[in-house]
Design a protein. Structure first.
Length: 431
């Protein structure tokens, strides 16, 4: 490791440690590195701008953010909640089960864990607390854990980012996330049922079966959105970026014309919030692109690949080691930084060991999502705390069973690649 790169890492972790935004920390660290190497500091801006403007796929990120924010407005989330309550509300712990099912459905529209937790999740927490059967910590834990499904079921903003750094097909990554997302849903519903029986949480009043068609019809236009999105991508009619644009337009038409739940004022707020969120994500991506340039200049991927190759690891042992490393980093770093800065270091070794990059990508994205509920950094814990006021220590205590269940699901995905690759291969994937 060179002295400039060492100084760069010290600056990065030092700034991040005192609470500076990770994007600005990486920008400052990169400029320090370029200065110490005697390079033009303007390279930082050049690498960032070129990386952002040369990648058409990144346009999908702000479009999915807009679609998610529109879906969080007005009656759309209420209709989803009514539909899911009619399906699973009749069971023990029904309101918690409703939130998990809503997260599964809403994930097919947003691709963002934070959008799920801050939007529909807040409504779910209020429902659980109002019922009087759930502690604030449990309500927050259920919402935080279920929000991790959002970026696994397509569309997925983290998978778009992984496709950028690995040159992997977004379409096959999206397909690869479907079964893992369903597996995560199943294990969380199982844990919720166990907690509900253990704590004697009663079932909710069931929605009469005769009302189910009416509730389904009210939610049907919302439920069609994932179908339109996936049909466009896998039918060959649209690219993922074009599908994201269609998703945003469909959400707008649905909210403004069909449900009439968004006014001009609401729309202005949605677009402003979406612009802020997109700018935040863009800053992180831009700074990560600069950092990847520095990492490549230091030849770190090849050095790491050589070191790992010298350990004579089997593909499975490497995957398990990578999982442990990313889980530990997930306690300290956010998912975007891990995907854009850390995962590129592992990709050369994956290619050398013959590990499928779609399988690796989906497993690592799931791993990063688990990091969102892992103390002490877990972003979703802070999102729930900020939007509801529930104490973080209460959420952390209650989220542990869900964390254990998600780790078990991650192990299954790692040990059995077909849980990820079966659907992509059904659609012609040859990896």
């Amino acid at each position: 490791m060179s002295l400039p790169f060492g100084a760069c890492l010290v600056a990065l972790f030092g700034l991040a440690g005192i609470g500076a935004p990770i994007a600005l920390s990486m920008f400052v660290a990169a400029i320090l590195y370029l200065f110490l190497k005697g390079h033009d500091p303007g390279l930082a801006a050049e690498q960032s701008i070129q990386g952002l403007y040369d990648s058409f796929v990144l346009l999908a990120v702000p479009l999915f953010i807009v679609a998610a924010n529109i879906m969080n407005q007005g009656t759309i989330s209420d209709r989803l909640l009514d539909f899911c309550k009619a399906l699973v509300g009749r069971f023990r712990g029904g309101l918690a089960q409703v939130d998990i099912l809503v997260s599964l459905v809403f994930s097919g529209m947003s691709g963002s864990a934070v959008a799920d937790a801050a939007g529909v999740g807040k409504v779910s927490i209020n429902m659980m607390l109002k019922s009087g059967h759930y502690s604030p910590g449990l309500a927050g834990a259920v919402v935080a854990a279920s929000a991790t499904i959002g970026p696994i079921i397509p569309p997925s903003i983290p998978m778009v980012m992984y496709a950028l750094i690995s040159d992997t097909s977004i379409g096959y990554l999206f397909l690869g996330g479907i079964i893992p997302g369903l597996l995560m849903t199943a294990v969380m519903m199982g844990i919720t049922s166990w907690i509900a029986h253990r704590r004697s949480i009663p079932a909710e009043d069931p929605v009469p079966l005769r009302e189910l068609p009416k509730v389904t019809f009210r939610a049907l236009p919302v439920l069609f959105m994932p179908v339109i999105l996936l049909a466009g991508i896998y039918g060959g009619a649209t690219t993922p970026t074009e599908a994201a644009a269609i998703a945003a337009l469909y959400a707008l038409l649905l909210a403004a014309l069909f449900y009439r739940s968004v006014s001009w004022r609401n729309l202005h707020e949605v677009l402003v919030d979406s612009a802020r969120s997109s700018a935040s994500v863009g800053l992180v991506i831009g700074s990560a692109l600069i950092f990847n340039y520095i990492v490549a200049s230091e030849n770190i991927p090849n050095v790491l690949a050589g070191w790992l190759g010298g350990m004579d690891l089997s593909p499975l042992a490497f995957l398990l080691l990578a999982n442990v490393i990313i889980l530990l980093l997930g306690c300290l770093l956010d998912a975007t930084t891990i995907i854009l800065v850390i995962l590129p270091l592992f990709i050369p070794t994956c290619r050398e060991l013959g590990i499928d990059l779609v399988h690796f990508g989906v497993v690592m994205v799931v791993n990063c999502m688990i990091g969102l509920i892992t103390p002490p950094y877990g972003m979703l814990l802070f999102v729930i705390n900020a939007t509801t006021g529930i104490a973080i220590k209460d959420i952390v205590r209650e989220v542990m069973p869900y964390l254990a269940a998600l780790l078990a699901a991650l192990l299954v995905m790692t040990l059995f690649p077909e849980t990820v690759l079966w659907l992509p291969r059904m659609f012609g994937y040859q990896g």
